[in-house]
Write a protein that binds this ligand. Structure first.
Ligand SMILES: *Cc1c(COP(=O)(O)O)cnc(C)c1O
Length: 467
């Protein structure tokens, strides 16, 4: 007769006893919290995050993935690198202003200003007088005025969308905004400008067609209900072919009583030689715009903010509206914005200006550094982009480091990234290769980029295989 291979009652009892015994040896949470490494982490990260890491390690021991003796080490390995989950990323996509990666990276000067303002600071206090200051964030406001001398007055709100909502609310509630049908745009992720504007109670008076809107179209729409004419830079798409549009100068000349509000989008304060089709604040104001709105974290290269630039009277009306309080920026934004405007050129400006030869040299240096560690990569021509819904159709020729596509995932989210040892790296996959385009990488980060590639290669090599 065949003996079946079913476990006997005795077997089960013995196993259960072994498991129970191992479970009893799993260190208790209070003991683990006393481990010097975990005690130090408690001061740095706070108790709940450390206790969560401990609980994960204890669970692994309970599931017999690790022996009880290793629970303390496993808890240390489970610790998050920081108290916040945002992971630093090296943007090697070649897209200079990448919305999903936090748009403009701040300059070191802006980061320092932000850190200095993080505690208590004189954002709304006059230290000399020892009393409340007349203006909140006066340093940032003064820097913005110096940067755009053509603006009689300036203001800063949460973002460009907030600037538009404030303009529509303060100037056009229950009245009409005249706008071309070619400028009813969706900026991204279902954020549609017409919906934003009408949410304030303003009515849109659409004029012209998708491809052609003339000055006469605007002129005929002006009436007693008109609050302002809105001109929007269709920053993320281009209409080519049989087209017509009205310039700011033409619209400003229509009717002295009808202000022209110009949403220039990207935040160029003055013309940029490489981006001739991108509108800028100085030119728009000189051509007669009464109010210019723009983002702070696109081509300006600063923190998320909405800039209001223009007529003293209009800007004052906007900033005195009750809604302005709900859209105001914090001290960190004011600090970073001031340093971006008054300090050295931000990374976005450097990235835009980087010439192909320097990008090629940097790529070659990275490839050589990888080759020294026996990782093969090559330098290829690459085309970057402005991004951030700016300068559609403009490509920025440069160079990239080409690697096997299989490295894309570990570079984004490999073990060393999770442990906070190297930054996450996001490149772009093109024709079966991973390209790391150095245009959008700060030159000071080139070495960290190489270190991240080496870590990803080491982590994805089968165990035992040498580098
Ligand atoms: C990006 C953009 C916006 C939205 O700006 P936020 O600062 O993201 O609110 C609005 N209008 C135009 C033309 C844009 O390009």
């Amino acid at each position: 007769m065949m003996r079946s291979r079913v476990a006997t009652v005795e077997d089960l009892a013995q196993n259960g006893a072994g498991r129970g015994e191992a479970r009893r040896r799993i260190p208790r949470t209070d003991l683990l919290l006393a481990d010097p490494r975990l005690a130090a982490a408690t001061r740095r990260l706070g108790r709940p995050l450390v206790k969560a890491a401990i609980a994960r390690a204890q669970d692994r021991a309970r599931n017999e993935e690790i022996p009880p003796e290793q629970v303390a080490d496993a808890a240390v390995a489970e610790l998050p690198p920081a108290a916040a989950t945002l992971t630093p990323v090296i943007n090697a996509t070649g897209v200079v202003v990448h919305t999903n990666l936090g748009r403009a990276p701040l300059s070191p000067a802006a980061v320092a200003a932000l850190a200095a303002a993080a505690g208590n600071c004189d954002v709304e206090f006059d230290l000399a007088a020892g009393a409340r200051a007349a203006q909140r964030g006066r340093g940032a406001i003064a820097a913005l005025r110096r940067a755009v001398p053509g603006a009689q007055a300036v203001g800063v709100v949460n973002n460009n969308a907030a600037a538009l909502v404030l303009a529509a609310t303060a100037l056009a509630a229950d009245r009409e905004i005249i706008i071309s049908r070619g400028e009813l745009i969706e900026i991204g992720d279902r954020f549609r400008l017409p919906d934003l504007l009408t949410s304030t109670g303003a009515r849109l008076r659409e004029v012209g067609t998708t491809n052609r809107t003339t000055v006469a179209d605007y002129r005929e729409a002006i009436g007693a209900q008109t609050a302002f004419i809105l001109k929007v830079h269709p920053s993320n798409y281009r209409i080519e072919g049989f087209t017509a549009g009205a310039t700011v100068a033409e619209l400003a000349a229509l009717d002295a009583a009808v202000p022209v509000v110009h949403d220039i989008g990207s935040g160029l304060l003055a013309p940029h030689p490489l981006l001739p089709d991108e509108p800028d604040a100085a030119t728009s104001l000189r051509q007669g715009a009464s109010l210019v709105t723009a983002s702070g974290d696109k081509l300006l290269g600063g923190p998320q903010a909405g800039l209001l630039l223009g007529d003293a009277d209009l800007v004052r009306r906007l900033l005195r509206h009750p809604l302005a309080r709900a859209l105001r920026v914090d001290k960190l934004t004011l600090a970073a914005l001031e340093a971006t405007l008054a300090g050295p050129p931000p990374p976005v400006a450097r990235a835009l200006a980087a010439d192909p030869a320097s990008l090629f040299r940097r790529s070659e240096r990275a490839v050589a550094a990888l080759a020294r560690r026996r990782v093969s990569a090559s330098v290829v021509d690459a085309e970057g982009a402005v991004g951030g819904g700016g300068a559609p159709g403009v490509t920025l020729p440069g160079a990239a480091v080409a690697l096997p596509e299989a490295l894309a995932a570990p570079l984004r989210w490999g073990e060393p990234v999770r442990r906070g040892e190297v930054p996450a790296v996001v490149g772009r996959v093109e024709r079966g290769r991973l390209l790391l385009d150095l245009r959008s990488v700060d030159p000071d980060d080139d070495e960290r980029l190489v270190a991240a590639v080496l870590a990803a290669v080491a982590a994805s090599r089968p165990a035992g295989e040498d580098a």
